[in-house]
Design a protein around this ligand. Sequence first.
Ligand SMILES: Cc1cc2nc3c(=O)[nH]c(=O)nc-3n(C[C@H](O)[C@H](O)[C@H](O)COP(=O)(O)O)c2cc1C
Length: 211
Amino acid sequence: MKKVLVVNSNPKPTEMSYGLRLGEHYLAALQAKGDVAIERVNLYEDTIPLIDGSVLDSWGKAAKGEALTPQQTEVLGRMNEILEQFIAADLIVFITPMWNLSYPTMLKAYIDNVIIAGRTFKYTAEGPQGLLQGKRVVHIEARGGFYSEGPAQAFQFANSYLKAVMGFIGITEYENIVVEGMNAVPDRAEELLENAKRVAEESVARLYASV
Ligand SMILES: Cc1cc2nc3c(=O)[nH]c(=O)nc-3n(C[C@H](O)[C@H](O)[C@H](O)COP(=O)(O)O)c2cc1C
């Protein structure tokens, strides 16, 4: 059984979101193909600690073997829970809307919980080295405008950052499945979603052909 972790960074209800609808279609196609166990983290409902002064202080204290406050123990415990859940997954599915040429803030907060020295990467004499192996990331992204072609390609910051930071921790099997242009051509929005669903199905078929 493959463990799939769905990281949803969209606070909308599914029926209001192109990205979430595409995400559910992708997951249904995955489930139809094989035995998968799906876990979900909802970044606008679940507790996702931010790296703040207290967290930095806790890390400093922990390194020196000093006692944490009860609040710091609780926050670090939750951060560790998030990290362990991420490390346990075989496939991580990020679902993001494009917000201001990037992704919602809570996704950065989540990433800050899983890029942890000694657990997901380490420093070596040759530079940083990713510690995760054999995992895949699928990034399902909804964008109001078109960014896949022409000069606007330079604005795909959300995808290029997510790809880079996942590569940093060793996850190089990375795919971006996009539904875009719904705000640019609202009359064609449902058609654009249907096209993206076909792309998602092809992605699942390739995944099962390769394992
Ligand atoms: C706060 C906010 C910022 C947005 N910024 C952009 C943007 O920079 N570029 C763009 O093409 N669309 C932008 N949009 C439109 C969304 O990308 C578009 O509505 C997309 O469908 C959102 O995904 P969803 O349908 O899954 O919620 C923005 C929407 C919101 C709410």
